[in-house]
Design a protein around this ligand. Sequence first.
Ligand code: URA
Length: 434
Amino acid sequence: MHFLDLIIKKRNGNKLSDEEIRYIVSSYVDGEVPDYQMSAFLMAVYFKGMDMEETVSLTDAIIKSGEIVDLSDIPGKVIDKHSTGGVGDKATVVVGPILAALNVPVAKMSGRGLGFTGGTIDKLESIPGFRSELSIEEFKDVIKKVNYSDIAQTKNLCYADKLLYGLRDVTGTVEEKSLIASSIMSKKIASGADGIVLDVKVGSGAFMKNKWSAEEIARLMIGIGRQYGKKVTAVLSDMECPLGKYVGNSLEIIEAMEILKGNGDPRAEKLCKTIAKEMLLLYNDSLSDEAAMGMVNKVIENGKAIECFRRFVEAQGGDGRIVDDYSIMGEARYKIEVKADRAGYIGGWNAEVIGRACLEAGSGRRTKEDAIDYLAGAYIGKSIGEQVKTGDTIAVIYTNDKKKGEMAKRIMQKAYIVSDIKTVPGDVILSIIR
Ligand code: URA
């Protein structure tokens, strides 16, 4: 078998066999195939796609590039969640501690920033001292100790996804459903949980721009999960505008802490609570929706959820004092205001454009070697439907690089529309597939 032949086979729109897909993954992982050939293969998949059978083979080959975590010594079921990727999506950082406070073990493997979206691992690594590359034993110990751990792919766990993920991020090959589904489901199967809630994002700030394609990928991932005996629920959620008021790694950690303290932006709070409720229902299917939501609300109100966040951060080496003192997270040197260019009502925010502005400000990578500015990002000061006057500050760019910040501001000027008519944003929850 020759890698080049397989690139051409996929480029010509032909179906690859299980054996061929396993060869592609193993030869890349073993370092026999250079990045440029793998990039060409990914681009061929981007244009020609893969069917369900190929996607299952790819998922399995990625899983087998590492180990599968055995969580059988953790009593009861273990639950996980994953988002297909969005702008300002800090839901994982919120729901993990909520479930931990409810004594539901959560075993999570997350990714870094991808394309114009942020990644949970980059967000968590913005916390001073936080370690995301744990051994399997450490991962299990943290779950046993604080009910929640969140780790990155390593050499031992989903190594192929670690490599492919980083390559897709910088080669324009993120937005393809079989690549997204295999990347997500391989992490979910390898990290060993019994039940999985998928947050499938729809809209300008998501990789699935319409509900139809979001439903398609949701059903694909549910199908893969079933093949491994996992219970999977998909929540389809709106990603036209960013989730919450802040985009950017450290800014989102602070906003997540605010949600855990009960002071969150209402749409972000609703999504996080809904995902937490669905995770709880997978853990205990005898609960009613109302009872599960009541339990979620309670651990936020009584402060247990934010304490569980602190314990989780400390268990992974981070500085838990951030819960009481946000200044420990640091602050960007420059704050550049974006002003409304006319009077009216905010008619819409384009989340993808906001994501690209934040990337420009330093919150993501353009090449594999790029370093992240953890403090870079944006504050979205005016929500859809809010009235503005010409010159009002509607957003703020955060950055440590003034030149990049000015460029981000120019991008941000194209991220909103002001209209004469007041519009009301739709519900953040579009549907739930159980
Ligand atoms: N999250 C992942 O882990 N992988 C993707 O491809 C997209 C979102």
